[in-house]
Design a binder for this molecule. Structure first.
Ligand code: SF4
Length: 236
């Protein structure tokens, strides 16, 4: 728990000590399997310091399944942008029941969310719309945690290919336990554990976000298609 305490003390500082702590964590966790990484994290850090969010998208089931076995009942925050497909909400409910998850919804304040509906902000300013509906609600969660588990995988896009298992992100440290699993390994994991698929995957959606900003397509090509945007801002 020495590293955990040190990491918490350093969270608001950009010190060389913090860089070195993250380097030590990366060396320790890199040779492990994703499952072992998750187990070691919960053995080494107080659970209350660890934030887990999920979009309940096309590739969310793997990490949710691991978490449900390693730390049953650990809170999983679902960022309900209020612009989701009805299939995503159904999938959230299906996975929560199937895996026994403790899912907690978080959303923008009603007045802000309503503004994006009335203003159709996704047509004018994607970054503002994502900031209101995704980034800001998660910022409030970040304040209460030291580490943030994320299911990003390197094969998903070039940005993600450059990441490490632990990454310093302003006031929090991101933890990517399944970062280096390949697309084939991810598919095999889903198959071996009989995990249900998001209902839109069979209709040609490889990656699923909000209705206005998601089209059918390979990989993440259907997200904010025909724009320069590739990430919602949560992971930048
Ligand atoms: S993905 Fe689209 S609709 Fe959803 S919050 Fe971002 S801009 Fe708005």
């Amino acid at each position: 728990m020495i590293v955990a305490g040190e990491l918490k003390r350093e969270r608001h500082h950009n010190t060389r000590n913090k860089e070195s702590l993250i380097g030590t964590l990366n060396e320790r966790y890199k040779p492990l399997t994703p499952w072992e990484r998750l187990e070691l994290l919960f053995d080494s850090f107080p659970a209350r310091e660890i934030l887990m969010t999920s979009s309940f998208g096309a590739s969310s089931a793997i990490l949710l399944h691991m978490l449900s076995k390693v730390k049953p009942g650990h809170p999983v925050y679902f960022v309900d942008t209020t612009h989701h497909f009805k299939e995503t909400i159904a999938y959230r409910n299906q996975l929560a029941q199937h895996l026994g998850l403790n899912v907690i919804d978080v959303s923008a304040k009603p007045n802000r969310s309503r503004f994006t509906h009335e203003n159709r902000t996704w047509q004018k300013n994607h970054d503002l719309c994502c900031f209101i509906n995704k980034v800001q609600p998660v910022n409030e969660l970040r304040e209460r945690h030291t580490l943030w588990i994320s299911g990003l995988m390197k094969h998903q896009n070039a940005n993600r290919d450059k990441l490490n298992i632990f990454e310093k992100k302003r006031d929090i440290v991101k933890f990517h336990p399944i970062l280096d699993i390949t697309k084939e390994e991810a598919e095999l994991y889903v198959y071996l554990h009989d995990l249900p698929a998001h209902p839109l995957v069979n209709q040609g959606y490889d990656s699923i976000g909000c209705t206005h900003c998601t089209a059918k397509g390979h990989g993440r090509t259907g997200r904010w298609a025909n724009t320069a945007k590739v990430e919602c801002g949560l992971h930048l």
